[in-house]
Design a protein around this ligand. Structure first.
Ligand code: X6L
Ligand code: MG
Ligand code: MG
Length: 183
């Protein structure tokens, strides 16, 4: 039998994106394109773009948040390091904790892996509480994902108590704008 090609071992992961400085939409688009152009990662689906009230440190501009589904042959740590590299390229400066940022890329889920490492915790430890993560994640989570019910219920609950303002701001048709199969 043939050995598995690298393409047969690709995993599905979900990445949350946020921006509240500069041209927020352009920064989100740039981040998606920069990820998609790298070997070993293909963007599958984009959530809507949501405008969201800042959480944690509230005295800062509104965010645009979204979540993407990707297929990747990178390991979770390789994917995380790529995300940090893209943040750097797009001018991320880490000064104020929870403060304004040009772009933030957070790895939410990688297949069904749980890990708690110095560099990376999976699933993302605070994702189930935040409307700005749950609502867009619910847009792109695979239909057959076992966490579907949990995510949609948590998204509904986060919307119901309405502490976090979140409005659908725009949708981007990824397949139409960029065509299929980036790599
Ligand atoms: C008590 C203490 C309650 C801290 C909440 C929540 C802190 C979220 C940080 C918290 C607390 C965060 C974004 C944001 C941030 C974003 C929106 C964070 C890190 N990132 N608000 N605040 N979108 N809307 O991407 O998530 S800072
Ligand atoms: Mg974040
Ligand atoms: Mg982050």
């Amino acid at each position: 039998m043939d050995a598995l090609s690298p393409l047969d071992r690709r995993s599905v992961a979900y990445i949350a994106l946020g921006s509240n400085m500069g041209d927020r939409e352009e920064l989100l688009r740039q981040a998606v394109e920069r990820l998609n152009e790298r070997p070993g990662i293909e963007v599958l689906r984009l959530s809507g773009l949501y405008e969201t009230d800042p959480v944690g440190y509230t005295d800062q501009p509104a965010f645009l948040n979204m979540v993407i589904a990707v297929q990747t042959s990178l390991s979770p740590l390789e994917l995380l390091r790529l995300q940090l590299e893209v943040e750097q390229i797009l001018g991320r400066v880490r000064d104020i904790r929870w403060g304004p940022r040009t772009i933030d890329l957070d790895l939410l889920l990688y297949e069904d892996i749980s890990m708690d490492d110095e560099e990376l915790t999976l699933p993302h430890p605070r994702m189930m509480e935040r409307a700005f993560v749950l609502v867009p994640l619910n847009d792109v989570l695979a239909q057959d994902d076992v966490r579907g019910e949990q995510v949609s219920e948590a998204a509904k609950a986060a919307l119901r108590d309405g502490k976090e303002g979140i409005t659908l701001w725009k949708t981007i048709n990824w397949l139409k704008e960029f065509g299929h199969s980036g790599n």
